[in-house]
Design a binder for this molecule. Structure first.
Ligand code: SAH
Ligand code: SF4
Ligand code: F3S
Length: 448
């Protein structure tokens, strides 16, 4: 047997899955697997899947189709499926795809290494049981101790909101807040190893701690994270508008390390559609919160998510969404056509909008947002932005980083700038990024 075993790991879906994949890679590293970019040479293939929309799920099956040949050529190849499709399909996946060796759900990450070891001995296994919250607190997967400049830190799992269209509560289980002392320990280790920016991660971080007796709430957690030496920037995602409290809004005025960006998905600008989605706020509530945020941090950048073609959405409802985009002036927007997930309540709603109409609405919405984004990017030309330098950009002679408001900036500079916060004058604006020039501070130095 070879000493070094190779793992090909492909991740779909949200940041939660990306973070889970980091943890999977680190746990499998402990039993001798190192990452490869090539599925052809892999001894183990793991697909960490997403089921948020039907298309995301189809991707898994088309990839598995491609791996069938590999498995024929190499009998020892182990194929594992994790994440949200694995959670939903469970044992069915083993039946549907006979060459899959292991299936692990979203609460079973901690079993991955043992499952792979069993698969090496020829076993086929499925672990998709949800674990009750008390036990889960002890099983919360930990991030590796690496010190990348900007890292994500999971502070919550699951979701209790049950928006009528959404599968997440069914595949991620009940909402649970990780212990704040564990979160802080993890961030301190990251900071000691070179991390400068953390993004606190959960499906709805605003409700952090509220269901855990004795635990602090989210604004308190932000203040404590801000007191950790070495951490220069803090972000969080995702926020549910209904739980955006006045004390969280105040954090944007009170905590200099908290970046001026918030991802606050509205989903729709129409009260009728918001009620059908059971989002728990009206357009008016949402706009009042946006106003408060802009008051607390006048340069705040707002991004969001929109679903078009929700069952019953009329042209008038859709116009309300377009006008919301103009009113909020989002820096950017992720937008999707409503996808029926049969486990959810909206699957039972009468879907009155023809698919062509949905496609048209999506493209009208995206056109509008593109214009707003470009205009906002252009308004930054000539300004000097503080950039946390993350690394070399795809163009070899440039470095890249993000503004406080989360826009990507490429600029001429060398690797010695990595992990520092430097002033960059914005010279050009594109749709998805900005171009800039490194500025020398008065006195000649560049501040770190
Ligand atoms: N917890 C986050 C969202 C996670 S899912 C929140 O509440 O904001 C990411 C996005 O996928 C959602 O914001 C929504 O816009 C989109 N989405 C979820 N279910 C969908 C569905 N059935 N069809 C289309 N888009 C969906
Ligand atoms: Fe899904 Fe709603 Fe929970 Fe977000 S808050 S994950 S959209 S159920
Ligand atoms: Fe997808 Fe699961 Fe995230 S469904 S969006 S990977 S929580």
């Amino acid at each position: 047997m070879k000493n070094e075993k190779l793992l090909y790991l492909e991740t779909f879906g949200c940041q939660m899955n990306v973070s889970d994949s980091e943890k999977i890679a680190s746990m499998l590293g402990e039993i001798g697997y190192s990452l490869t970019e090539s599925h052809e040479e892999a001894d183990l293939i793991i697909l960490n899947t997403c089921s948020i929309r039907a298309k995301a799920e189809q991707k898994l099956y088309s990839l598995l189709g491609r791996f069938r040949e590999l498995k024929k050529r190499n009998e020892r190849l182990i194929v594992g499926v994790g994440g949200c499709v694995a959670q939903k399909e469970g044992r069915r996946l083993l039946r549907k795809v006979p060459f899959v060796n292991i299936v692990f759900g979203t609460h079973n990450l901690h079993l991955v290494a043992d499952m792979v070891s069993a698969a090496e001995q020829g076993h086929r296994l499925v672990h998709v049981d949800f674990i009750d919250n008390d036990t889960r607190l002890d099983l919360f997967p930990k991030a590796d101790g690496g010190g990348a400049v900007a890292r994500f830190v999971t502070i919550m799992q699951g979701c209790d909101n049950y928006c009528t269209y959404c599968i997440v509560p069914y595949v991620r289980g009940r909402e649970i807040s990780r212990r704040s002392e564990d979160i802080l320990d993890e961030i301190r280790t990251m900071a000691a190893n070179g991390t400068r920016e953390v993004t606190l991660l959960g499906q709805n971080v605003n409700s952090y701690g509220l269901k855990s007796p004795g635990e602090c709430d989210f604004p308190r957690l932000l203040h404590t994270v801000a007191s950790i030496d070495g951490i220069e920037r803090i972000r969080f995602t995702t926020s549910h508008p209904k739980d955006l409290s006045p004390s969280l809004v105040s954090c944007f005025a009170e905590i200099p390390k908290l970046c001026g960006h918030i991802h606050l998905p509205a989903q729709s600008g129409s009260d009728a559609v918001l009620a059908g989605m059971e989002r728990g706020y009206t357009r008016g509530d949402y706009l009042a919160k946006i106003e408060a945020l802009k008051k607390a941090r006048p340069d705040i950048q707002i991004t969001g998510d929109i679903i078009v073609g929700f069952p019953g959405e009329s042209e008038e409802d859709f116009q309300q969404t377009l006008s919301l985009l103009r009113e909020v002036e989002y820096a950017d927007q992720f937008s999707f056509i409503f996808s029926v997930r049969k486990e959810t309540r909206a699957a039972g709603f009468a879907d009155t909008v023809p698919y062509r109409e949905k496609q048209e609405r999506l493209s009208r919405l995206q056109q509008l947002q593109k214009g707003i984004t470009l205009e906002r990017n252009r308004s930054l030309v000539g300004t000097v932005q503080e950039i946390l330098v993350e690394g070399k950009s795809r163009k070899g002679d440039q470095m890249f980083g993000r503004t406080d408001g989360n826009r990507i900036v490429n600029f001429t500079g060398d690797s010695s700038l990595a992990a520092r916060i430097v002033p960059v004058r914005i010279t050009r604006a594109f749709q998805n990024s900005l171009l800039g020039e490194l500025q020398n501070e008065p006195g000649g130095g560049i501040h770190a």
